[in-house]
Design a protein around this ligand. Structure first.
Ligand SMILES: *[C@@H]1O[C@H](CO)[C@@H](O)[C@H](O)[C@H]1NC(C)=O
Ligand SMILES: *[C@@H]1O[C@H](CO)[C@@H](O)[C@H](O)[C@H]1NC(C)=O
Ligand SMILES: *[C@@H]1O[C@H](CO)[C@@H](O)[C@H](O)[C@H]1NC(C)=O
Ligand SMILES: *[C@@H]1O[C@H](CO)[C@@H](O)[C@H](O)[C@H]1NC(C)=O
Ligand SMILES: *[C@@H]1O[C@H](CO)[C@@H](O)[C@H](O)[C@H]1NC(C)=O
Ligand SMILES: *[C@@H]1O[C@H](CO)[C@@H](O)[C@H](O)[C@H]1NC(C)=O
Ligand SMILES: *[C@@H]1O[C@H](CO)[C@@H](O)[C@H](O)[C@H]1NC(C)=O
Ligand SMILES: *[C@@H]1O[C@H](CO)[C@@H](O)[C@H](O)[C@H]1NC(C)=O
Ligand SMILES: *[C@@H]1O[C@H](CO)[C@@H](O)[C@H](O)[C@H]1NC(C)=O
Ligand SMILES: *[C@@H]1O[C@H](CO)[C@@H](O)[C@H](O)[C@H]1NC(C)=O
Ligand SMILES: *[C@@H]1O[C@H](CO)[C@@H](O)[C@H](O)[C@H]1NC(C)=O
Ligand SMILES: *[C@@H]1O[C@H](CO)[C@@H](O)[C@H](O)[C@H]1NC(C)=O
Length: 685
């Protein structure tokens, strides 16, 4: 039926908001607060909260109040149940969200509970979750996280004490800044890789002037410098014990091989007094390196030496102590001084030269406290005083190092600025790097480096950067964000100011080439300009990092050291020789036998062809252009790749073959990776 509605127009007008139509249908706008439709026998219905309609101030029912947990142990149990449910439950299909959820619970526990409660919580979770146990370098969860020495295990002091550091870290990290995603990716490998941050270079240095691209002109005169690395002397080394062990560490009284059922009484490969393939350095091997040097070169011609870190043995966390680390640092620098005399040693701190291993805390972690309140200041004070007492750095530099993570800058007698930085602030195992993880420089160490280089540039002075953990290569050890900033700094001050970069850590002799950025590598976001440091121009090599061979043979390597010829004004590397001891023969030695290994210009000169295709000029430095040419040739010549691989291990008989094209591509990619992000993007072999 069609409804005739003669008066509808004004209603529609009213409904559409044309309220002023007072001459509209009176009943529709009747303001009576009582319903107009009759409701016989029923209640009266009201408009506008009148009549019986209850007021707005109702007392709604609350749930029965919960009783707050009223004891520390009850709170601890509640945290444990929540964590255990996350860690061992079946709900989480996604390991990343599982890890992030657990980390957030730990964060809440760390900011509310006493440290002792937090530590107990870690121990309980560790004991319940096998994946945590298998990640430990300790005999038990209590030994890893606790700080009560064990009386039952003579080889463990049961007191790694990591729990208290985790309490500090988890109190500081935040889910809101992505810290847990970064932590869960890098430590547990269960989250997708977080994006590498763009670098706001204006926070660290001025724009690169054209003059900074000037290639320094060599003087043609050379000085010599020695590169020592990864000494890892083991004062607990036990001659004759199992050196081919399956536990950790080998060549110790307790070492066993679980497959062969061997131990110190029936060792499959007894630990030689002069070194073994999967052990740290026995004293005789380490000392013999110095003894060998005069037979290869005139020690009087050494201008200085660099030591790129790692003194302390690879003990499990619960076998280390502050006293042990201090002892190793003292005897090592005394030994260097004893053998090198007036030849200065410019040293840098390695990840093993800390207690607990690798842990370094930012001065800004606890705002307001003084720099000497840094938990690790005892170590920075010790190292800086040892270096100063040996006259390798002066009092002002030592004072800086004592309060800034053992970092310093020192001008050598030849006029070279050596800038020593603490690379634990980009090392994956320093858990404090997961705090505020999108900030590439939470410690300020890279700002220090950029400031030093800025000052060098202004003075026209050349600089070497020395550090322990390399910034790139396969990218498994450094972290992407800090090494992205490092790459920016290197590109900014190369090739004019930085004359060379020197690392250790891998125990192998390796190289890293840095390249200039592509012109389109910057982008603007919210009015600020950022550098995408992965956008490099592989046709423009500008800087080199030399990774020094280790004294320690661990793992399956020979012992080695390197000698450089250095241009006396540009301070670029113009020559490189290595020397090694063949550990496969160590059981037959009466004293370690050291040999010349190779000369880089001789071995790689023809591979490093220049633009005209002829051999590398005899007087030209072994700079980034040289090594880029070597990698170009490596992609075409598998014999050369195998040659490089052999020298990486210092000519170990246990060198793995790298003969496939895929292996060559990967190796070249690693050499061309100066940051973690670049290295991690390399193809698999
Ligand atoms: C409805 O109530 C409010 C105050 O509660 C009053 O201002 C308004 O005038 C009332 N409306 C009518 C139509 O009575
Ligand atoms: C408004 O509605 C009330 C209740 O239905 C009624 O008594 C009153 O007469 C109406 N007023 C007008 C102006 O129609
Ligand atoms: C703490 O809570 C428990 C359980 O709710 C309760 O039995 C106990 O009386 C409370 N203790 C105190 C001191 O409030
Ligand atoms: C991810 O979670 C699944 C299911 O819980 C588990 O089976 C797997 O081992 C986890 N992977 C890692 C890398 O932890
Ligand atoms: C954790 O869960 C696994 C199976 O998912 C189970 O085997 C193990 O016993 C559980 N751990 C504890 C402490 O209940
Ligand atoms: C070392 O131990 C492994 C088993 O862990 C065994 O396969 C190997 O043959 C041993 N090496 C030597 C040289 O005895
Ligand atoms: C974290 O880093 C940002 C810069 O990326 C900085 O602005 C902020 O102050 C830092 N937060 C803390 C707690 O230091
Ligand atoms: C940046 O420039 C390079 C070289 O010109 C080019 O190959 C690349 O596609 C460019 N990338 C972007 C994102 O514009
Ligand atoms: C940086 O460049 C890489 C390519 O090298 C690209 O995958 C990535 O998305 C870029 N990042 C940003 C923030 O633009
Ligand atoms: C390396 O040296 C060669 C020869 O002197 C020179 O042409 C080239 O520009 C240099 N490369 C760098 C990155 O300094
Ligand atoms: C490949 O490299 C090896 C080692 O450097 C060299 O002896 C050989 O002549 C090279 N082969 C070619 C075809 O250049
Ligand atoms: C490496 O390759 C060479 C020949 O190319 C071969 O004789 C040797 O057995 C290989 N070594 C290993 C460990 O595979």
């Amino acid at each position: 039926m069609k409804v005739q509605c003669l008066s509808c127009a004004p209603v529609l007008l009213a409904a559409s908001g044309v309220h002023a139509s007072v001459n509209a249908t009176p009943q529709a706008l009747n303001t009576s607060n009582v319903a107009s439709i009759p409701n016989p026998g029923g209640p009266i219905h009201y408009y506008n909260a009148t009549g019986d309609t209850p007021s707005y101030q109702l007392n709604s029912p609350d749930p029965v109040a919960i009783t707050p947990l009223n004891s520390t142990s009850a709170v601890a149990d509640a945290f444990y149940q929540e964590l255990f449910g996350i860690a061992n439950g079946t709900y989480f299909a996604n390991n990343c969200s599982q890890c992030v959820a657990g980390a957030e619970v730990l964060h809440l526990a760390a900011i509310t509970q006493p440290v002792s409660t937090f530590v107990q919580l870690l121990i309980r979770i560790c004991e319940a979750v096998p994946a945590v146990q298998s990640s430990l370098y300790a005999t038990s969860c209590a030994a890893a996280f606790g700080n009560t020495p064990s009386t039952s295990d003579p080889y463990s002091n049961g007191a790694a004490g990591l729990g208290a550091y985790y309490a500090q870290l988890f109190a500081k990290m935040s889910i809101s800044t992505g810290d847990f995603n970064t932590y869960c990716y890098n430590v547990w490998n269960v989250c997708p890789a977080p994006a590498v941050v763009g670098i706001d270079e204006s926070l660290y240095f001025s724009p690169k002037p054209a003059s900074a691209n000037t290639v320094p002109v060599p003087s043609g005169k050379n000085i010599n410098a020695l590169h020592l690395s990864d000494w890892h002397i083991d004062p607990r080394y036990d001659v004759g014990s199992e050196s081919n062990c399956t536990d950790h560490l080998c060549c110790r009284p307790y070492s066993t091989n679980k497959y062969l059922h061997t131990n110190a009484n029936n060792a499959s490969v007894p630990a030689s007094r002069f070194g073994s393939f999967i052990c740290d350095s026995p004293a005789d091997l380490a000392l013999s390196s110095f003894q060998s040097m005069p037979s290869f070169f005139n020690m009087n011609n050494l201008s200085f030496s660099i030591f790129t870190g790692d003194i302390v043995s690879h003990d499990n966390d619960d076998q280390l102590s502050q006293a042990y680390v201090e002892y190793e640092e003292q005897i090592t620098y005394q030994t260097f001084k004893a053998h090198l005399g007036n030849i200065p040693v410019y040293a840098t701190l390695g990840n093993h030269d800390s207690f607990p291993e690798a842990l370094n805390t930012q001065n800004g972690l606890n705002p307001g406290s003084s720099t000497s309140a840094n938990a690790m200041s005892w170590n920075y004070q010790l190292l800086s005083s040892l270096w100063q007492n040996n006259s390798w750095i002066d009092a002002t530099e030592a004072q800086y190092a004592a309060t800034h993570y053992a970092a310093y800058a020192h001008t050598t007698a030849q006029g070279l600025r050596i800038i020593s930085i603490n690379t634990d602030f980009w090392y994956k195992a320093n858990i404090f790097n997961y705090w505020n993880s999108t900030n590439p420089d939470t410690s300020g160490i890279l700002k220090f480096l950029a400031d030093e280089l800025t000052a060098c540039e202004a003075r026209g002075q050349k600089a070497w950067i020395i550090g322990h953990v390399l910034s790139g290569y396969d990218g498994t050890n450094p972290l992407p964000n800090p090494t992205a900033l490092f790459y920016s700094i290197v590109a900014r001050f190369s090739p004019s100011t930085i004359a060379g970069i020197f690392f250790g850590h891998t125990h192998q002799q390796q190289f890293q080439i840095f390249y200039d950025f592509l012109p389109n590598s910057t982008y603007v976001r919210n009015g600020r300009t950022y550098r995408n440091t992965t956008m490099v121009d592989y046709s423009k090599p500008i800087q080199m990092a030399f990774i020094g061979p280790s004294i320690v043979p661990l793992t399956n390597l020979n012992a080695g050291y390197a000698l450089y010829q250095v241009d006396s004004t540009t301070f670029q590397i113009t020559g490189l020789q290595t020397y090694f001891a063949n550990i496969s023969q160590s059981l037959s030695w009466t004293t370690p036998v050291w040999q010349f290994e190779y000369d880089a210009r001789t071995v790689y000169g023809s591979a490093a062809t220049n633009q005209s295709g002829s051999a590398w000029p005899a007087n030209a430095p072994l700079n980034a252009t040289f090594w880029h040419g070597v990698t170009e040739t490596m992609l075409k010549n598998s014999t050369l790749v195998q040659q490089y691989s052999l020298f990486e291990t210092k000519s170990s008989v246990l060198t793995k073959n790298c003969t496939s094209a895929a292996c060559a591509r990967q190796k070249v990619c690693y050499i061309r990776s100066g940051s973690a992000a670049l290295g991690r993007a390399c193809p698999s072999s």
